[in-house]
Design a protein around this ligand. Sequence first.
Ligand code: GLA
Length: 674
Amino acid sequence: VRIDGGGLTLVLAPAPGAAPRVAWFGPELDVGCDLAALAEATRPQRRAAAPDADHGVSVYPEGGWGFSGEPAVVLTAAGETVRLGEGAVEASGESLRVRFTDARLGLSLMLDWRLGPEPGLLTARAELRNDGPHVVGIERLASLALPLPEWADTGYVVGGRWASEFQITPVPLAATLGRTGHGGRTGFDGSAYAIAGEANMDDARGHVIAAHVAWSGESRWCIDTLGTGARQLQIGAAFRPGEIRLEPGARFETPPAYAVLSSRGWNGVRAGFHALARRLTGPLPPRRVHFNSWEAVYFDMDAARLLPLIDAAAEVGAERFVLDDGWFAGRRDDRTSLGDWRVDTARFPYGLAPVIAHAAARGMDFGIWVEPEMVSPDSDLYRAHPDWCLHAAGRERPTGRNQLVLDLSRDAVCAHLLEALSALLRGNAIAYLKWDHNRDLYPVDSPHAQTLGLYDLLDRLRAAFPNVEIESCASGGGRVDYGMLGRCQRFWASDSTDAVERLRLHRTMSPFYPPELIGAHVGASPNPITGRRAAMDFRARVAMLAHMGIEADPRRMSADERETLAAHVALYKRHRVLLHGGVQHWTPDGQVVIAPDGSEALALFARADAAAVARHPPLRVPGLDPARRYRVEVLGGGRELPPMTGDTLARIGLRLPFVQPETAWLVHLKAEAA
Ligand code: GLA
């Protein structure tokens, strides 16, 4: 069975008595390709000390029936391990379904795979129906299990921590490599991302498969290397022992997994995921320049003191004022008040209206911080409903950042939150919510139910207030995933606004996320988290290439810094349609964003450390139309370099000084009229 889409071909070959196997997953094959020959050439050879019916890694390896690698599915019913056996394949165009049935137990499992429409994309999910009389325990049910081509010899492990998210580490593949989330939320540990590629692949060269599960709870991935040399990648939601029990008559659907196969390194992964993210997010209005109050004032605020800050933000060009933590009932530090989502009357005696009106008069709309899933033990909500938080009866209630987590598997809790947030949005002209989540979930037996409760709450809120944008924040980038994408329009990528850190972070997030979804703010110097000092033009240029905002208090900047910042905000506004709709190519020296029609591009060449060499080679600009000539303008100094063709720009590049640490050049390229 063959399907084609997104520039890919997938061929499944039948394996009598067992699930089909993947005979080909890769770049599109010729129309006339002989599938029987392909199946024969890829058929696993007989080997010693193996099951007699050894079909290798199937499209969905099951546990307990002779396969010795990691199973993608483990189900139990009536004290038995379920046997899926042979699957029936239906295919049409770019999609296929594999159906497994256990007639004895009344179970059916369906895999649903689709190629494209985005370049290199495979979307996969699984669905289990229980039409039998027994309760079925789901121990494991991957969204995707994919045998890997033999070039995949290196895992690229996503991990990180608070204020240093999305680190990517290459690891040679041997044995089983993988990670399972245990914190109840997406977290910092990269458990929702699995990447297998060639060693030494780079931005432009090499084969790679990058996979992600669109899930905001606990996820699990693994890349399994068997003794036969075969490898498989698996990704899906993770389940705690006994967590998911499927009653007779019930159905369970996994979250979708997305995998992008690229034959041109990370840039091919970017092309697939950016187009996918744009489809799932839908069209966004031009992304306004945020001013976020957190690093400027932290908890130290009231209505009168915010007005001059709003003025200062407007002067440097901000278009949205986001009031961060500290505005609600009694909140003076991080020890109280979560759950009491009403305006603090001591700080805001006339409510938020005067603040919002002041921002509006300065041309800014208004956003506000909330952390709806949490409750402080010192809050009216907790005093009224001490049983609403996640807890184990009769045992201690461990806090994190002094707070407890509300149990979103309870309808009453979600109904209350929906009403509290709706009241806030009805009563105030709020364009944007910064939706935070500052601790892991514990104690909890079903983080899965918590995630479903969150999705339902967000979906209902979005349906009622479709014009309110939501940003997903979790102590920075602790909840960045495609389950939130589509429900949220922005990710707060990291609490670290240090431009050197951000340069690395924007690069490592870019395979999965387009720049318009990544919140990037100009922070203070010295930076409040790292203590590093950096020039304003460097800070502003790094923030400009994502969804730009400002976190530093302009009143504490020098007049020169304010002027430089305002100039870069103006540049961002001029170029944001290009930046947020273009095609991104990274090079070792930076990145270039190219208009879909190739008529224009903006490049940022930026480095953190000093170059090892005294004379840096020219800075190459890949991806432009080779035959067209481009005007080359170095922005923020008004310098113009001689025009060049796309071919020259890609193969030779621009001669600019690029040796000193913390250098950043912003270059605009515009095709000359034909
Ligand atoms: C988290 C967020 C920050 C800020 C604080 C407020 O740490 O990541 O950006 O909103 O909470 O308490």
